[in-house]
Design a protein around this ligand. Structure first.
Ligand code: PMP
Length: 350
């Protein structure tokens, strides 16, 4: 073994959902939005000034931060934007979880958290979920160097009531508490309303789900100005986290089109409700979902088998071969037509 090999920081890598290369698949495996971005995004794209691309982007992302601040009724200095919420959360691990006390997150949760913890050398412990996958507020009442959890949780789709979220923030005022709201727009209530009440709260959201822009890589954190300033200070030292010019323009166009955003979310929620009904009739059970996906288990047929059979029919869903959830499928909500095709395929398989 070469000496330098022993210097490598090794992490257990995150395994992303498959991005199939073939066309005409029904892709329900990575919680993307089935609808295209707002038409205003296309307009903005055609107006991108080619000549401007020779210049570096605004490092303070002023235009987009102002638009996001405007949408949520906060100050622009309370917004930090990054290259997808994955990068924003990675920066949060690097910046705020800098203690030898463990960071806490749920035992079943977004599997990137442990990857970032390892990468940034952050110790962590997981907190248990009850048998219905509920987060137990009191389990966070132990010494910690920070807390992060998605709300709704992924991949379970379970939503934690805002009063319980507030309790976690209130009980842990010595740590930074991060609420990862990637899926909040599909029926949950955001903790953004608490950012001026608690100076230890960071809410993270993304343009990847409810705003149909996973390909543009735009995520953001909203918190009090002091926390955002620290994130900016770190960002300016790690320049790869800076947004590009096109993303700033397109993101601004997307967030300014509130009507289209609301219409898409409404359609996805309606499709989710009718899909749940159809899945139940086929013998599936699942927690109530407030996300753009359903976490479903069949009464007789193993999830791994359904997963494989659906794939043979070019329908991609997500299967996690992990303790406690290895009999569940995570199914993204697509269009009504896509979900009809899924139900038809399931009828053939089961
Ligand atoms: N948080 C959660 C809970 C997620 O499921 C995802 C998407 N996989 C992300 C954050 C990251 O989303 P993005 O980087 O696309 O903003």
């Amino acid at each position: 073994m070469k000496v330098w090999e022993s210097y490598i920081r090794k992490v257990e890598p995150y395994v992303p959902g498959e991005q199939p290369k073939i066309k005409n698949v029904i892709k329900l495996n990575t919680n993307e939005n089935p609808y295209p971005p707002s038409k205003a995004v296309m307009d903005a794209l055609t107006k991108v000034d080619l000549d401007s691309l020779k210049l570096y982007p605004d490092p303070e992302v002023t235009k987009l931060n102002e638009a996001i601040a405007n949408f949520y009724g906060v100050n622009k200095n309370q917004v930090f934007t990054g290259v997808g919420s994955d990068d924003v959360i990675s920066m949060i691990f690097m910046t705020f979880f800098n203690s030898d006390k463990p960071v806490l997150f749920p035992e079943i949760s977004y599997s990137f958290y442990s990857v970032w913890a390892d990468l940034h050398k952050v110790p962590y412990e997981t907190v248990r979920l009850d048998e219905d996958f509920n987060i137990l507020v009191e389990d966070f009442n132990r010494e910690n160097g920070g807390i992060i959890f998605p709300n709704p949780n992924a991949p379970t789709s379970k939503y934690l009531e805002l009063s319980s979220v507030e309790e976690i923030i209130k009980n842990n005022q010595d740590s930074v508490v991060v609420v990862d709201e990637a899926y909040i727009d599909f029926g949950g209530e955001s903790a953004i309303k608490f950012v001026n009440k608690y100076d230890n709260l960071i809410v993270v959201q993304t343009f990847s789900k409810s705003r149909s822009m996973a390909g543009m890589r735009i995520g953001y954190a909203i918190a009090n100005e002091n926390l955002i300033k620290v994130l900016n200070d770190v960002k300016f030292s790690f320049n790869s986290y800076t947004m590009n010019r096109t993303a700033i323009e397109l993101g601004t166009a997307a967030i300014n089109d509130k009507a289209y955003f609301e219409e898409c979310c409404k359609k996805i929620v309606a499709t989710r409700e009718r899909t749940m009904k159809a899945l139940k009739e086929l013998g599936f059970s699942f927690p109530e979902s407030k996300a753009n996906f359903i976490f479903a288990k069949h009464k007789d047929v193993p999830a791994s088998l359904i997963f494989t059979k659906l794939k043979e029919k070019n329908i991609f869903v997500r299967y996690f071969n992990k303790p406690r959830i290895d009999n569940y499928l995570r199914i993204t909500i697509g269009t009504d037509e896509q979900m009809d095709a899924l139900i038809k395929a399931l009828k053939e398989i089961l």
